[in-house]
Design a protein around this ligand. Structure first.
Ligand code: SF4
Length: 334
């Protein structure tokens, strides 16, 4: 799977590292001092991830848990995300990581206990008593979880802090590690879904939308709570019918009681990411649409178009008996 594996000297003998190395294939192993002196220090083209992907293992330094931007999550509680990995084995055409980092190489941070400690400190503040913590901001939170083995550590923490909430963001159907754990009311496994057609067109090397739906069904049957992200929605003439079909399927496997929230968002890019998408996928329908520079300088559809798409999908959700109060518009200027 990987060409080279780079390991920080300090992490070499750690059990987590040994366990990861036992589960991945690689051509060579290289010891380094500090990931930040190697990973992303020169521009490695995003699409090299198809043929030459390296892995870095070490400890995350600096701030491990960060406050999320406005309109990031559901409700009025505080939202934080924690960083336990960079980059992803999947390849969605619209992925913002392609312009965000200098390198598509995967980084796995093994100091989960430090992340938990930082979350614990934040939970000591009154304003964070019912805060949300999100995993998967810079990676997919389940895709490699059978290799990284961290889920148990986070479940232990959230069992001790039942008022706080964890969101595991994913497009993966790698749910076996989760199924070994006892579901917790305050842990939400949240799947990004698009219409089957959009999934086939834009989500390369990802589990299909069908397979994600099957994973949702299994998790629901095991008692897990689920979040849904219809994001990013990319306009095409049949999008309404396609989302009608998807919602009908979803409603038949995900009862409202086990749904935490639905977020809905339309495709959007920073200028740098948009340039990368144009460069990496010049023939993609994504780059053939009408966008404007919007309120936060991101490239988006114009406001009327965004509101029409968002409200269309929101109404389809409501028609399928999902409560309006559980639906929010992601990263929109409300
Ligand atoms: S699953 Fe998410 S992180 Fe991975 S390539 Fe797709 S958009 Fe990017």
């Amino acid at each position: 799977m990987f060409d080279k594996v780079f390991i920080e000297k300090k992490s070499y003998q750690k059990d987590n590292t040994k366990s990861i190395l036992n589960k991945v294939k690689y051509n060579s192993l290289i010891e380094i001092d500090d990931i930040s002196k190697h990973w992303g220090t020169y521009k490695k083209p995003y699409l090299h991830k198809r043929t030459n992907l390296n892995l870095y293992i070490g400890e995350k330094k600096g701030t491990l848990v960060k406050e999320a931007p406005p309109a990031y999550g559901h409700g009025t509680e505080k939202h934080y995300y924690f960083i336990h990995a960079y980059n992803c084995i999947y390849e969605c055409q619209y992925c913002y990581l392609q312009g965000h980092f200098n390198s598509p190489d995967i980084v796995l941070f093994i100091n989960h206990e430090d992340i938990v400690k930082e979350m614990e400190e934040l939970c000591g503040l009154e304003e964070n008593m019912d805060a949300w913590f999100h995993a998967g901001e810079f990676s997919d939170s389940l895709a490699l979880s059978h290799i990284t083995n961290e889920l148990e550590i986070y479940f232990d923490f959230f069992k001790r802090y039942p008022q706080t909430k964890l969101e595991l963001r994913t497009k993966s159907s790698n749910i076996l590690p989760l199924l070994k754990l006892e579901p917790l009311k305050n842990v939400f496994v949240s799947f990004t879904l698009s219409s089957h057609e959009a999934g086939k067109a834009f989500d390369y090397r990802c589990p299909s939308v069908r397979s994600r739906l099957t994973s949702i069904k299994k998790l629901v049957e095991h008692g897990f709570n689920i979040g849904i992200h219809f994001d990013p929605i990319i306009y095409h003439p049949n999008f309404e019918q396609d989302y009608e079909k998807l919602l009908t399927e979803l409603a038949s496997i995900l009862p409202s009681e086990q749904l935490g929230y639905i977020s809905i968002g339309v495709v959007r890019f920073t200028k740098d990411v948009y340039k990368e998408v144009e460069n990496n996928y010049p023939d993609s329908p994504i780059t053939k649409q009408d966008y404007i520079k919007s309120f936060d300088n991101k490239v988006r559809y114009n406001l009327a178009m965004r509101m029409w798409i968002l409200n269309t999908v929101k109404n389809i959700c409501i028609k399928n008996e999902y409560e309006e109060s559980k639906i929010y518009l992601c990263m929109e200027d409300q």
